[in-house]
Unconditional design. Structure first.
Length: 337
């Protein structure tokens, strides 16, 4: 129904907030008196899911309800983000992503408190019951990153094909880039993480890289191959497009970063050795797997591939000869390299 539901949204929004408040108070009471029956989390989860639906349908139309909410809407949301019950967190982090997409101006003022919980939820080794919450947190981070403002700066490379105009790091979000990347990369590299978590981590890394390339590009060698492996089979969509534009931007800033893996991450079960990798092959494989990239993304692919070939024709030819024939054929047909 979208905006057609607006006349009925006030009472529904208020009811959801009241359910959330009551459920949180009941749970806090139970924590102080464990001999009582544990409250049913279902009501809180349903209220959060309904708030997500209202957010998706009404967007900024929720502004008067959020601003007049008693208790404060975002105060309740932060409490839900740290709730001990995994299903509550799962729905709360999904709501953060929906708020970022539909009414980011309302969320932005509260991002310091929200981001603190987002970062904590990005656990490289989450308990099984918290995997879905971690998944939603990883997704919502990328949605938030896309919506922070940006400017432009120019980079100068010896090869003029690597002289793009890129985005200046937004000072507000920049403070969170390092802690986010330091958690998202181990999530991406973790061999036991579910595929959906690898995908969401990769998308958010790409989106953060799109907005803050200078801060992320130095660690590109650490995750480039795993990133391409996580997303090359995903169907074409806007999420994937923005993530790949981010990866291409990182390659523009650090062209050599696509060739080698340089260091180890501290997580004991995630070790990346200092050996030459096949990142360039996986990068090219991910490119040719696209069916219909956007015009902007396709132009980035063309510029990067042409730049690599022009910069070192013999080295490029030697590298391409090691690729599977299907990748060689598609690179030649689509991009003439």
């Amino acid at each position: 129904m979208g905006s057609a539901f607006l006349p009925y949204s006030g009472p529904v929004f208020e009811r959801c907030v009241n359910i959330a408040r009551t459920s949180i108070v009941q749970y806090q009471t139970w924590q102080q008196n464990p001999e009582l029956d544990e409250p049913d989390k279902t009501f809180l989860v349903v209220a959060l899911d309904l708030l997500s639906g209202l957010t998706q349908g009404l967007g900024m139309g929720l502004k008067p309800f959020i601003e007049s909410s008693q208790p404060a809407f975002f105060q309740l949301l932060v409490l839900c983000l740290k709730h001990p019950q995994a299903p509550v967190r799962q729905s709360a982090y999904a709501l953060v992503g929906d708020l970022a997409m539909a009414c980011f101006p309302l969320l932005r003022h509260h991002m310091p408190q929200v981001m603190q919980e987002l970062i904590l939820q990005l656990d490289p080794e989450p308990k099984v019951e918290f995997i879905s919450a971690c998944n939603n947190a990883a997704w919502s981070v990328g949605e938030v990153a896309l919506r922070y403002g940006r400017g432009e700066f120019n980079l100068t490379h010896k090869n003029p094909l690597f002289t793009p105009s890129l985005n200046v790091d937004d000072p507000e979000f920049a403070q969170w880039v390092e802690p986010l990347i330091s958690r998202l990369v181990p999530l991406l590299l973790h061999p036991k993480a579910p595929r959906s978590l690898h995908e969401n981590a990769a998308v958010s890394i790409g989106r953060i890289g799109l907005m803050h390339p200078r801060m992320v590009a130095p660690v590109l060698p650490d995750f480039a191959q795993a990133w391409c492996q996580a997303l090359y089979e995903i169907r074409d969509n806007e999420e994937k497009d923005s993530a790949f534009r981010g990866l291409c931007t990182l390659v523009q800033v650090n062209p050599m970063g696509i060739a080698k893996v340089r260091r180890e991450w501290s997580l004991a079960s995630v070790v990346v050795n200092d050996n030459d990798s096949q990142s360039l092959m996986w990068f090219c494989n991910a490119i040719v797997r696209w069916s219909q990239p956007s015009e902007e993304l396709n132009s980035m692919f063309q510029a990067l591939l042409t730049g690599f070939k022009t910069h070192d024709p013999q080295g490029w030819a030697a590298q391409v000869q090691t690729f599977p024939p299907v990748i060689q054929e598609r690179l030649a047909q689509r991009y003439g390299v």
